[in-house]
Design a protein around this ligand. Structure first.
Ligand SMILES: *Cc1c(COP(=O)(O)O)cnc(C)c1O
Length: 394
């Protein structure tokens, strides 16, 4: 392990890697290899017995992936990091590791669609039930915890309504009952929010989003206690096989170096676009947790460095008007995903949340008029000019 740096800007560049270990190579070499050779049969025996450190086979560990895992641990202030093939490979490996048949999970109302799908599958196949909660108060949360509750699973900010959950409060209640809190920290990124420092136990990221930041990789990361992630690595990851490829790790190491710079720019741009959206006559509501008018603004001040790069807003009109707005845009791209250099826009009701039954969707606040914007790194006034001309043409 190399020396850890206190400031995140230095840490993302230097932590987890020492050029002296790699022939002086400034950047992390790409170990694009499936397996590793042993000098002798006895060395192979010692490595498999865990008596000697060293690599054996890339599903069990790879030096390029290892550097990324150490950077992730430093960023989330965790004992260790663990890399996965996708955000969903991380979510599934962690949730399967934490549960057994007939257990129960308490989760935040409003989950990433495939996480919702995974929970439904676990319910059908293993009778692992779940309850949703807004987690607004300790009392609300306490009433849902049962003897068979295996973990609390939280997303905050919640997609796409931008509601926030107080992570410190959730961790306090969970620990009264000795159960772990797992946080999907994808929307905030470790630059804006560090759940482990607020008492939570495991953090998960879809590294596809802000951590990669360039729209060129699908990947996942987790961070937490060494004992727990060692166990995940040697059970649900090793045997279900959702590992990260060395090349994807190499791309993410490269992306991570600019995470703080990119996030500050995403936030600067989002703050400015938010102000403009609020004033437009064709917009009825703007959801961005960085303003005193947002109901969870106090939570944002408590646990997030800034408001993030995502804004949702409702237009006056119909579903067709919402679709027309997207079609009216010039350079802003219609796409799901988020956290890329490019500004991306999508219509949750017919895209990311189209599988959610209409009643639950409306209950979550996802109307036909709601639009989600992932504010990119372009010049903010050009982003706004594109949205403004599209709104004006409705
Ligand atoms: C994208 C996303 C995921 C899934 O990540 P993949 O890398 O696409 O598997 C999970 N949670 C959230 C909040 C996401 O945005």
């Amino acid at each position: 392990m190399t020396e850890k740096h206190k400031q995140v800007d230095t840490s993302v560049i230097h932590d987890g890697y020492n050029p002296d270990d790699m022939l002086g190579s400034l950047t992390t070499p790409l170990f694009q290899t499936s397996t590793f050779t042993f000098e002798t049969a006895e060395q192979g025996e010692r490595r498999f017995a865990g008596e000697e450190d060293g690599y054996m086979y890339s599903r069990l560990g790879n030096p390029t992936v290892r550097v990324l895992e150490e950077k992730m641990a430093a960023l989330e202030n965790a004992e260790r990091g663990l890399a996965f093939a996708s955000g969903m490979a991380a979510v599934s490996a962690i949730l399967v590791a934490l549960t057994k048949a007939n257990d129960h999970i308490v989760c935040s109302t409003g989950l990433y669609g495939c996480t919702f799908g995974l929970l439904s599958m676990m319910q059908d196949k293993y009778q692992i039930t779940h309850d949703f909660s807004m987690m607004a108060t300790k009392e609300e949360l306490r009433t849902l915890i049962r003897p068979e509750t295996a973990c609390i699973y939280v997303e905050t900010p919640i997609n796409p309504t931008m509601k926030l959950i107080d992570l410190e409060m959730v961790a306090e209640v969970a620990h009264e009952h000795d159960i772990p809190v797992v946080v999907d920290n994808t929307f905030a990124s470790p630059y804006l929010q560090r759940p482990l420092e607020l008492g939570c136990d495991v953090v998960i990221h879809s590294a596809t989003k802000y951590i990669g930041g360039h729209g060129d990789v699908i990947a996942g990361l987790a961070a937490g206690k060494k004992d727990f992630l060692d166990e995940v690595q040697m059970t649900t990851q090793k045997d279900m096989g959702g590992i990260m490829s060395p090349f994807d790790a190499w791309l993410l190491i490269r992306g991570l170096k600019t995470l703080p710079i990119r996030l500050d720019r995403h936030c600067d741009n989002a703050e400015k676009v938010y102000e403009k959206l609020r004033q437009h006559p064709n917009v009825s509501r703007v959801l961005y947790p960085n303003d005193a008018s947002h109901p969870d603004y106090h939570i944002r001040q408590k646990q997030m460095k800034r408001g993030g790069g995502l804004i949702s807003f409702e237009i006056k009109g119909t579903k067709q008007d919402a679709q027309q707005l997207l079609n009216n845009l010039n350079f802003i791209k219609i796409a799901v995903s988020l956290g890329d250099a490019e500004t991306l826009i999508q219509h949750p009701a017919t895209m990311t949340h189209s599988v959610v039954p209409e009643a639950s969707r409306l209950n979550m606040g996802i109307t036909d008029q709601l639009i989600r914007l992932s504010v990119g790194l372009e010049a903010w006034d050009e982003i706004w000019a594109d949205i403004e001309q599209a709104l004006n043409r409705l």
